[in-house]
Every structure is written in C-alpha cells, then in structure tokens.
Design a protein around this ligand. Sequence first.
Ligand SMILES: [Zn+2]
Length: 124
Amino acid sequence: MSARPGAAGATRTCPHCKTVILESATVCPSCRHYLRFDDKAQAVEVTRALQVEGEIRHPAEGGAWEYSVVLTIRDDEGNEVSHQVVGVGAIHPGDARTFTLAVELTPTNDMRRMPKRPNSRSRH
Ligand SMILES: [Zn+2]
C-alpha cells in the first residue's frame, strides 16, 4: 500500500539501515543518518504530534518477563492500516525497559485525497 512517488505517504528504503521511510525524509527516523536530498526537497519542519513513554520495571521477584511490542495503526473508521510487532525481548529481575512511541508529522503540499479502500487490511 505505497503511494505514488511524490504523493503524500510515498516511501523509499533507507540506504543505511533498509528501513522503509518517507520519501520526503531528510533524516532517517530509524538510524538517524542524514540522507541525500534533491533540489525540490526542502528541509521541512517535522512536528512530533504524539509521544507516549512508559517504563516497565521488573520487581526482582520471580523469573524474567518476556515482552512483545505491538504497534497498531487504525484509520478513522477503525480499520487496521498496519499491525506489527516492532520489538521483542526479556526483562530480567530488577531490570527495566522504557518504551517510547513517537509520531512525527511532516506537512506536504499534496491536496489529493486517497480513495477509501473499504476492505483493506494489509499486513506486512
Ligand atoms: Zn536509516
């Protein structure tokens, strides 16, 4: 479900870490490497529209905890746009992990509206 090149939501692969990122990105949000950008790509203001952070601390009693970090993105009708496990691991007794979710918004000039796809539940 990739948008056409030049359209809002168009993607490319980061040459450094191979993560799928926005075509408009000038810095990879995954590996934070600067990316080559052409003339039309201006340095755009990226807004951090949402950030949620929380720590889970093991109380140092009993065995280690295993965790799966599951990220689900839904549209305004509740349809899943994306559902994926972004990380797994273990928290050992006495240890802690901090989980941070950040949603960065990039304004574009794309005024077209993508047609609704009623039954799209694409998974990657
Ligand atoms: Zn990268």
